[in-house]
Design a protein around this ligand. Structure first.
Ligand code: F6R
Length: 603
């Protein structure tokens, strides 16, 4: 979603702000802008589309300033255009915003009645006008922020600068925000993502909700201060010296981050068991044995939800415990029955997904233990949960989640084994090694997958089917294809076809039929039913499965032997590659698909 970067310091502020925004491009956006001080007055440059458009305009104007804020916008209120792009600015303040002001239209109406004018259709400008109104009354930026925050509803993060000042201000509620500094260089920073500040800020601060950040700078000194909305000094923040390297963020020999991330999977799987089977990870896994839940709620969105659907099977089978897997956006609003002895497992790559965070808060309020399966250490989810099971996937830049899914499933598998007291280090190592080796084999057969993609990429629609543990893989395969190739794809439980979707089948439709050894005959007969209606079959299954191969127009068989519970993970790798090659043939923007954001920080 929206990316925010703010800087004040001795160098040209435009440089770190643009660099930070470029790093946040992967999160998804549709316009970008910066504002900066020249002779104490606020200047602004905004452009629709890619950051390159903004960069071209900046090159043209060649501004120099010591204080600047920048933003990449993912539209929520108001069309994608320069007017609605951030920063929003008037003669006193410039602000950037990530999130949604839910009661913006009511407040705007009141402000308009009071005579305030608006330039854009955004909810964000409402905050700018409120800030200005209160500043006229109080002459205090902190008081004005506080009054504005008390009035607005919804999850948001704001970064602000003002004329005649080298200070930066920020505040958030339920949206990511970090502050940073580099004392040696006398620099101060703000951002929506610590990733934007790597290599710049020496210290990173994570303020909690409704903590006002005031970052001051003079030529001699800098200070980072935190205040409650009441005006009192606040201790509600965490400080961290951020050690994170940037070399993870290049594509290496691969054409896209997504492909690079798909290829990283065998190595990551080995790292995962090394982490969880060594002392620190082992201790963490052991902690889960203290929970004897009556009920487990597994919650996530999109790909993370699909991972949850796979993980459910592990907990049910190995722990004989009841498990419900829920979409966070539904769970949070449907008054779920939550009991003290339940546990909530929240799955998220980013740890910043608004609906997942709200569902987690709901569980915590009801005294349900919240555990996370999360990639980003230090993210909001990570900070809110009682225990965090890191998936150790490294930075995932491709908007379409690939390696995170694999690592989420495997982490859930280890948690389930540990809770059941069935975690045998040697056995797990053997299973994970086999999985990594078989993934490598699949990765070496891209020519076959490309050929299948080539044969079908122009077809009318794609129905992915699977039964049991392969049903979530059908959902995930379809999601991956639709999000990066922009084609219509649906995932179905194979047994459901007859209950409606089979009406779609004709010679223009492709059925990607995932058939593992489990429920083999049943799934095969569903495939036959599609075949009889002239659907084109891409069979995905065991390399020795002659029956499935016989019924398929195109076949991709893998060595599923010995993988047992982990078969779906292997099968999913072929789905990732299939989506990738279809998208390549379609010529889409694979790493940054249209309309999508890497981290969905609004509901
Ligand atoms: C799909 C995808 C999304 C995310 C979802 C949850 O490829 O990336 O469906 O899985 O937005 O995001 P996280 O895992 O960050 O909570």
């Amino acid at each position: 979603m929206c990316g925010i970067v703010g800087y004040s310091g001795p160098q040209n502020a435009i440089i770190p702000v643009l660099e930070g925004l470029t790093r946040l491009e992967y999160r998804g956006y549709d316009s970008a802008g910066v504002s900066y001080l020249v002779n104490n007055e606020i200047q602004i440059i905004k452009k629709e589309g890619k950051i390159d458009n903004l960069k071209a305009e900046i090159k043209n104007k060649n501004p120099f300033s010591h204080t600047a804020i920048g933003h990449t916008r993912w539209a929520t209120h108001g069309a994608v255009n320069e007017l609605n792009a951030h920063p929003h600015t008037n003669e006193t303040f410039s602000i950037v915003h990530n999130g949604i002001i839910e009661n913006a239209s009511e407040i705007k109406e009141d402000l308009q009645k009071e005579g305030f004018k608006f330039k854009s259709d955004t909810d964000s400008e409402v905050f700018l006008v409120l800030l200005t109104k209160y500043f006229l009354q109080t002459k205090s930026v902190k008081d004005s922020i506080s009054l504005a925050m008390k009035l607005i509803r919804g999850n948001s993060a704001f970064v602000m600068m003002m004329k005649d000042s080298t200070s930066l201000y920020a505040v958030k509620r339920g949206a990511p925000l970090v502050a940073g500094n580099n004392p040696a260089k006398k620099e101060i920073y703000l951002s929506s993502d610590p990733y934007a500040l790597i290599g710049f800020a020496e210290n990173i601060y994570f303020p909690e909700d409704e903590v006002i950040c005031e970052l001051n700078r003079t030529d001699k000194d800098i200070e980072v201060k935190f205040f409650e909305l009441s005006g009192q000094k606040s201790e509600r923040y965490k400080a961290q010296a951020k050690k994170m390297s940037l070399d993870v963020a290049n594509k290496g020999e691969h054409e896209h981050f997504m492909l690079k991330e798909i290829y990283e999977q065998p190595g990551l799987i080995k790292n995962l068991y090394e982490y969880y089977l060594n002392q620190e990870g082992r201790q963490l896994l052991t902690k889960i044995t203290k929970y004897k839940p009556d009920f487990i709620h597994i919650i996530g969105c999109g790909t993370a939800w699909h991972a949850g659907l796979v993980i459910k099977n592990f907990f049910e089978e190995q722990n004989k415990v009841r498990v419900n897997v829920e979409l966070a956006s539904e769970f949070r609003y449907r008054n779920p029955i939550l009991k003290k002895n339940d546990i909530g497992i929240f799955i998220s790559q980013s740890g910043e997904t608004a609906d997942t965070l709200a569902s987690c808060d709901l569980c915590i309020e009801e005294k349900v233990t919240a555990l996370s399966i999360v990639n980003v250490e230090g993210s909001t989810l990570y900070r809110n949960c009682a225990e965090n099971f890191l998936i150790k996937a490294g930075l995932e830049i491709g908007v379409a989640s690939t390696k995170a899914f694999t690592m989420q499933v495997l982490t859930g598998y280890l948690m389930s084994l540990s809770m059941a007291g069935k975690l045998e280090a040697k056995k797990v190592q053997k299973e994970f090694d086999l999985l990594a080796d078989n993934i490598k084999q699949v990765l070496s057969r891209t020519t076959e997958i490309k050929a299948i993609a080539d044969a079908v990429y122009n077809k009318k629609g794609f129905i992915f089917t699977g039964r049991g543990i392969y049903f979530p893989i059908a959902l995930e395969g379809a999601l991956k294809l639709k999000e990066i190739a922009y084609v219509h794809a649906e995932g179905y439980a194979a047994g459901e076809l007859k209950h409606g979707p089979i009406a779609l089948i004709d010679q223009h439709m492709v059925n990607i039929s995932i058939v593992g050894p489990e429920l083999h005959e049943k799934a095969l007969s569903n495939t036959e039913e599609v075949k009889s209606r002239r659907g084109l079959i891409i069979g995905i299954g065991d390399e020795k499965d002659k029956k499935l191969k016989g019924v398929s127009d195109y076949y991709f068989g893998m060595n599923l032997e010995g993988l047992d519970h982990l078969r779906p993970v292997l099968v999913n790798i072929s789905m990732q590659l299939f989506a990738y090659y279809v998208a390549k043939l379609k010529g889409t923007d694979i790493d940054k698909p249209r309309n999508l954001a890497k981290s969905v920080t609004v509901e």
